[in-house]
Design a protein around this ligand. Structure first.
Ligand SMILES: Nc1nc2c(c(=O)[nH]1)N[C@H]1C(S)=C(S)[C@@H](COP(=O)(O)OP(=O)(O)OC[C@H]3O[C@@H](n4cnc5c(=O)[nH]c(N)nc54)[C@H](O)[C@@H]3O)O[C@H]1N2
Ligand SMILES: Nc1nc2c(c(=O)[nH]1)N[C@H]1C(S)=C(S)[C@@H](COP(=O)(O)OP(=O)(O)OC[C@H]3O[C@@H](n4cnc5c(=O)[nH]c(N)nc54)[C@H](O)[C@@H]3O)O[C@H]1N2
Ligand code: SF4
Ligand SMILES: [Mo]
Length: 757
């Protein structure tokens, strides 16, 4: 073996999931040779999951797109970047001339949340598109939590996260961080943190219709009937109220609006009245209430199982109601607010009061579903495409998404995508969705991009900041992802396919500088914009924006106006400071932030939001509804990541993971045998899938993971095609949504089972 001529080690945050682990990447002669956990990372301390090291396989994957594709004579063929942008312009001009901007739709997928380029440059792109038809993966995910948080605290990302490192009792509903590594609570190494919690005498209660790996690590597992978390949580509040155990405490009490109204509205939901519907003994519900009241500190935390459900927003709100009535909001060991180093709207503007949020500023054309936080629910995307009439979507942009596998009633969406007049995708793969595109614009691989978790660090269980420069250089001619988005923005603005993307970049920075110097609460209030712009030289693109956000953020150097320590041992932040600290900067454990964090109009926690109270009537109406014999829920596997990492051989090899989990009683009842095929039928469609019999699921509940169903003609995922699995979203229903948020219902789907073939 010859020694490499150059050998270097890079430290990089993993962009694949919300845990944001630190990676140590070894590069020999420009080739990545090894990726392992960065033991010196201030947040993850060396933790890594099997996916983290596969950034190398993704980079090297021959199926990963490196050149743009254009459709010619029905086929997608490689083209130059100039040809591709010229084709986008041609398609755009035609659609706008024929149908106007409202005929354009856009779908933004999950990886955008982990992507600095996208987080900065999607905004000008959407603005340039000028359409209301904006959809994203948020409405098959966390929109209920964002909406509940927006109503309570005044900001969609002002989400109270569980302080898992200090709590005495963690009550977790509908989350399985041992497989998912956590969500809406950024924390690497949940298993380690939970072990540490139990070692210091803390307790874990898991509420899940499946006995997950997380449930196995718990002190108590409550196997709830799917879709009923809101009933359970409401009954726990009432149990506390009836025992005189509601006590927000001196800190929270004066800040909460409408507590009595809420307690009264929840009174009909008692442990006894909900017991049958939730499938748990009333005594177990009372026990949960008592434990919450008695624990020195406690926190309730709900995720996918509670948000992608029929009462997602009410359940998400009730999680916070419980944290409030037990006095656990905003105190160590409870549910707390992160103070992020960059980009958080709850660290800008006047502290403690704001404009709150307005939703329903417009409605979807066909079903009249309300806009929330600037988007329409993705559950209505297909009908907006396939229902003729003025305003029908005729053209789409997707950025980092695969809605044909990820969104409800996906077979309908697949047909609708095939019928579009024009479709432009920004994606690194030709997947089940992007195979319909007329133009595909591939951004660089994750290892070729700088990284800062602008969104997810706003939800971290510890205040940290960490920037990673690109590990590998861009390929020849390869534009960075921000340049692709900026050029699309320019085309949509009518500036032409060959305009300079730096125009957009300069505008973004100038706008942000303008608002920083105009913000009375900012450290740079009243300073000269030209002076700040000069100080940001010579950086460009997302890095320049990040430097600005860090320097004007709560730990920033204020462009020289802040001196001393901003946290113990930490100098005022700028991008240079982060670059000098490749393992990240630890800004310490979460601190109490009420009332400063609030941006509601009243300056209070608005607990009694009308639309939530109104939805309790809908909740009460299900108490006596007949129960479906079998319902479907999802699940996640540690070696999988939504729909797009099944092309990595090391992750998919071995036993098939896309199987139907069936309880032994149900297997017998429906004559299903292990390893045999079951036909699962729902209102929207049916799939044939391999049966795995296990008592880890509750009787009457079957479980199928999402993101599978590969091997469709026209996609280019050769490994995934050999491990195709079936698409669970053929079974989920686009017509059933959580009413306040319009979020899709992906759990608790009524299905029928029969033995196949
Ligand atoms: N039944 C059911 N359905 C679900 C869920 C469930 O639990 N059950 N979960 C839902 C959830 S939580 C989510 S978040 C959604 C995810 O839904 P989507 O966001 O629609 O799908 P992903 O599988 O994340 O696809 C991401 C795409 O981004 C591409 N990509 C990866 N990195 C980059 C990049 O850096 N730039 C660009 N431009 N593209 C990139 C990948 O190639 C892939 O095509 O699925 C949802 N669907
Ligand atoms: N390995 C892996 N990690 C991932 C992802 C992935 O696809 N694979 N996706 C990432 C994304 S985009 C997200 S949003 C996060 C999600 O992270 P989590 O929220 O932790 O998601 P899941 O692991 O799907 O856990 C949801 C749990 O809810 C349970 N459940 C289903 N219905 C109900 C119900 O009605 N009530 C209750 N109480 N529980 C219910 C399911 O059985 C499941 O165990 O994971 C992220 N991390
Ligand atoms: S847990 Fe998430 S962030 Fe950490 S290595 Fe795995 S995929 Fe990457
Ligand atoms: Mo998600």
């Amino acid at each position: 073996m010859t020694e490499p001529a150059t050998r270097s080690t890079h430290f990089r945050t993993c962009p694949l999931c919300e845990a944001g682990c630190g990676l140590e990447v070894a590069v020999d002669d420009g080739v990545v040779t090894r990726i392992r956990g960065d033991v010196d990372d201030v947040f993850s301390h060396g933790f890594i999951c099997p996916k983290g090291s596969t950034l190398r396989q993704i980079h090297d994957d021959p199926d990963r797109l490196r050149r743009p594709l254009i459709r010619q004579g029905g086929q997608l063929v490689e083209a130059s970047w100039d040809e591709a942008f010229a084709e986008v312009e041609r398609l755009w001009n035609k659609v706008i001339a024929d149908h106007g901007r409202e005929a354009v739709g856009v779908y933004l997928g999950n990886p955008n949340a982990h992507n600095l380029s996208a987080l900065v440059f999607l905004k000008p792109f959407l603005k340039a598109l000028g359409t209301r038809n904006v959809f994203s993966a948020s409405t098959v995910d966390q929109r209920p939590k964002e909406l509940a948080s927006a109503w309570l605290y005044g900001g969609g990302l002002t989400v109270a996260v569980p302080d898992i490192d200090r709590t005495d009792l963690l009550v977790m509903l509908g989350a399985n961080p041992f497989a998912s590594n956590g969500s809406l609570a950024t924390a690497p190494d949940w298993p380690g943190r939970i072990e540490a919690m139990r070692a210091r005498g803390g307790r874990l209660v898991v509420v899940d219709p499946r006995r997950t790996r997380t449930a196995e690590a718990a002190d108590v597992h409550l196997s709830i009937r799917p879709g009923t978390d809101a009933l359970l949580l409401a009954a726990v509040v009432t149990a506390l109220a009836n025992r005189g155990l509601v006590d927000p405490g001196d800190h929270l009490g004066p800040l909460v609006r409408g507590l009595d109204t809420v307690i009264e509205a929840l009174a009909p939901f008692t442990p006894e009245s909900v017991s049958a519907a939730v499938g748990l003994e009333a005594a177990a519900i009372v026990q949960l209430a008592t434990e919450l009241a008695e624990a020195p500190t406690a926190v309730v935390y709900g995720r996918m199982g509670t948000t992608t459900a029929e009462f997602g927003t009410v359940a998400s709100w009730l999680v916070d109601v419980l944290n409030i009535v037990t006095g656990n909001l905003d105190r160590p060991g409870g549910a707390m607010f992160t103070k992020a180093a960059a980009g958080a709207s709850n660290t800008r503007g006047r502290p403690g009061v704001g404009r709150g949020v307005r939703i329903g500023r417009h409605q979807s054309r066909v079903r009249g579903l309300a806009e929330t936080l600037g988007e329409l629910p993705v559950a209505c995307l297909a009908e907006e495409m396939d229902t003729p009439g003025p305003g029908q979507i005729r053209a789409m942009f997707t950025v980092a998404g695969n809605p044909v596998l990820s969104t409800p009633n996906s077979a309908r969406l697949d047909r609708a995508m095939a019928g579009l007049d024009a479709y432009v995708a920004v994606d690194i793969y030709l997947n089940e969705t992007t195979r319909h595109a007329d133009v595909v614009l591939p951004p660089p691989s994750p290892l070729q991009k700088g990284h800062y978790d602008l969104a997810l660090l706003q939800l971290a269980v510890r205040n940290v900041a960490n920037y990673s420069p690109p590990v590998l250089p861009l390929d020849d001619d390869q534009p960075d992802e921000w340049e692709i988005l900026a050029r699309l923005a320019l085309i949509a603005q009518g500036m032409g396919a060959d305009s300079d993307p730096s125009v957009v970049d300069d505008l973004v920075v100038a706008t942000l500088v303008g608002s920083a110097v105009g913000d009375v609460s900012s450290s740079v209030y009243g300073r000269s914009p030209a002076e700040l712009m000069a100080a940001l030289e010579p950086r460009r693109g997302p890095e320049r924006v990040l430097d600005l956000l860090l320097r004007t953020g709560p730990y920033g150097d204020g462009f020289g106006s802040v001196e001393g320590e901003v946290a113990p041992g930490v100098v005022p932040l700028s991008l240079d400071v982060l670059i000098a600290n490749p393992h990240g900067v630890d800004l310490g454990p979460l601190q109490s932030r009420l009332p400063e964090v609030l941006r509601t109009a009243s300056g209070l926690i608005e607990l009694d939001e009308e639309r939530l109270l109104a939805d309790l009537n809908r909740l009460a109406s299900v108490l006596h509804r007949p129960v479906a014999e079998v319902v479907l829920v999802g699940r996640r596997d540690l070696r999988s990541n939504n729909s797009w990492m099944h092309n990595v051989e090391v992750l998919v090899k071995g036993r098939p993971r896309c199987t139907l989990h069936v309880h032994p009683d149900d297997a017998e009842r429906w004559s299903l045998s292990p390893g045999g095929l079951a036909t699962v039928t729902a209102r929207t469609g049916s799939v044939d899938v391999v049966v795995e019999v296990t008592d880890a699921v509750r009787p009457g509940v079957v479980s199928l993971p999402h993101g599978w169903g590969h091997g469709l003609a026209g996609s280019r995922l050769s490994v995934a095609a050999r491990h195709a699995g079936v698409n669970s979203n053929v079974l989920t229903d686009d017509q059933v949504v959580d009413v306040p948020s319009g979020n899709a219902v992906l759990n608790g789907i009524p299905v029928r089972l029969t033995a196949a073939g």
